[in-house]
Design a protein around this ligand. Structure first.
Ligand SMILES: Cc1ncc(COP(=O)(O)O)c(C=O)c1O
Length: 386
């Protein structure tokens, strides 16, 4: 007798992880690979917080905390909203989560029922659509392009054939790095609120922008959910720690879900997150490095023939339209990795319909690697088999 397995659990792989695996296989064979595929800071936690953490490990039991997270960290995040955005967010509405990834699960479980439709931009972060579908919700892809800076607009939402129950936005976005302009952001908030659409704002790349500040949906009068993380600006990917700002109507629901699904977020990571707020010099030095890396790619890639780049206002990505060079970026990226030793991510991870003509280049690595990658791409492209 065959044993049932779920259909909703059958999500596609996270392609960037597959690219990383191929790159690592080549490294095992002795090749030097430039890692421009992965969206994580190449730096670890700021050195200044290592000592207090060592002390905690030696002196505290570090057991479970309350599901919502330690009050010290929630208060510190509330202060962050006051200082960085001039908005008031009560600490009771802040939930510490196991990375923003857990925040998404909690937000979607709290906000929607099976079969509800959640709109998201395409290209967009692939896990959105896969988390949405694995929870029994329906992802409604909103195709976006250079006309709207690769971001959803009210007009685009109005063209959808089905009514939607939710909308996920990300500004700056992954994979394009584009920021939603202030008025467009306000219009989306107002439109969603007026139609009973629950808006989830992914603010994980806040703090990493190049001249244009991103707006927060926290502190708004509308019942939005805000998701954020210590993974990117705070350079703490492996600590699996993030936060949500939850509207009043969902506070108790999210608390009960968090208790049952996770018990509590990782305790040592919560303390590390609290301490990291005191390390802004080291963190801001990372942002200067990303800015320098971005300039190297923005001047080097067009010389190699990669000219159509989304305006990268933030995050550490360049999203390139390379249809003049290939109609199959999966194959293009494989050849670039195997022949030139440069790992980048093919666009179909982010846009299942049009991603065969695009790719994402991450500049989170070292400046030296950016120079080397540009030089390898410039040398390889003229030799590429078309
Ligand atoms: C847009 C976006 N949201 C969420 C995540 C998940 O990050 P984490 O779970 O590490 O907070 C990522 C990771 O790359 C991302 O790019």
């Amino acid at each position: 007798m065959s044993i049932k397995s779920s259909k909703r659990g059958q999500v596609p792989p996270f392609v960037v992880m597959d690219v990383m695996k191929s790159a690592s296989d080549l490294e095992q064979q002795g090749k030097t690979i430039m890692h421009l595929e992965i969206g994580q800071p190449s730096t670890g936690i700021p050195q200044s917080i290592a000592e207090p953490l060592k002390h905690l490990i030696g002196s505290e039991s570090l057991g479970y905390t309350v599901a919502q997270g330690i009050p010290e960290l929630r208060e510190r995040i509330a202060l962050h909203y006051r200082q960085a955005y001039d908005v008031e967010v009560p600490a009771e509405r802040i939930f510490i989560t196991t990375g923003s990834s857990a925040g998404f699960q909690l937000a979607l479980l709290a906000g929607f029922d099976i079969g509800d439709r959640v709109a998201l931009a395409s290209p967009g972060y692939p896990a959105y659509r896969h988390i949405v579908s694995s929870l029994g919700l329906v992802p409604e892809l909103v195709p976006v392009g250079p006309e709207t800076r690769y971001q959803p607009t009210v007009n685009l939402l109005e063209t959808l054939s089905d009514e939607i129950d939710g909308l996920i936005i990300a500004s700056p976005s992954n994979p394009t790095g584009t920021v939603i302009p202030d008025q467009q952001f306000e219009d989306l908030l107002e439109y969603c609120n007026g139609r009973g659409i629950r808006l989830i704002s992914d603010e994980i790349y806040h703090g990493i922008t190049y001249g244009l500040d991103a707006r927060t949906a926290a502190g708004s009068v509308y019942p939005n959910i805000v998701i954020n993380s210590f993974s990117k600006y705070f350079s703490m990917t492996g600590w699996r720690i993030g936060w949500m700002v939850v509207p009043e109507d969902l506070e108790r629901t999210v608390e009960c879900l968090a208790q049952n699904h996770y018990i509590s977020p990782p305790t040592l990571s919560q303390w590390a997150a609290l301490y990291v707020f005191g390390a802004s010099d080291e963190l801001n030095a990372n942002i200067s490095r990303y800015a320098q890396n971005r300039s190297i790619l923005l001047s080097g890639l067009p010389k190699a023939g990669i000219t159509k780049l989304a305006p990268s206002d933030g995050a550490f990505y360049l999203y390139a339209d390379v249809k003049d060079l290939t109609s199959d970026t999966a194959q293009f990226c494989r050849a670039l990795l195997e022949e030139a030793g440069v790992a980048v991510t093919p666009g179909h991870d982010f846009d299942p319909n049009r991603g065969h003509e695009t790719l994402r280049i991450s500049f989170a690595g070292s400046t030296q690697d950016m120079h080397e990658a540009v030089s390898r791409i410039q040398n390889w492209l003229p030799t590429m088999q078309r």
